[in-house]
Design a protein around this ligand. Structure first.
Ligand SMILES: [Cu+2]
Length: 99
């Protein structure tokens, strides 16, 4: 087997493993009232390496995170919301989390 082929097989295996670990976490946040609230949360979650996407709706008061693995943990998410000055009311994991 050519080394380049082996590398690409390994690459795809890693990619598939990552996709398999992908999950969406939805957080109902109490206390978000304006664009600045949204901005501060967006920034905090955006800084996290394992978070690939942050979507925040001021209308529904929901934060939706797309993550590449099992991080951040529910505990970390809760703490991040609390640190930003809001209350995480409910956290829902959509996807295949094995925690
Ligand atoms: Cu605000």
């Amino acid at each position: 087997m050519k080394p380049t082929l082996l590398v690409s097989i390994l690459f795809f295996a890693a990619l598939i493993a990552q996709v398999a670990n992908a999950r969406t976490v939805e957080i109902d946040v109490h206390g978000m009232t304006c664009a600045f609230c949204v901005d501060s949360l967006e920034r905090k979650f955006g800084k996290m390496e394992s978070v690939s996407k942050v979507e925040i709706s001021l209308k529904t008061k929901k934060v939706r995170l797309e993550t590449n693995g099992t991080l951040p943990t529910i505990k970390m998410i809760k703490q991040t919301v609390l640190d930003a000055g809001f209350t995480p009311v409910k956290i829902t994991v959509i996807g295949n989390e094995k925690e």
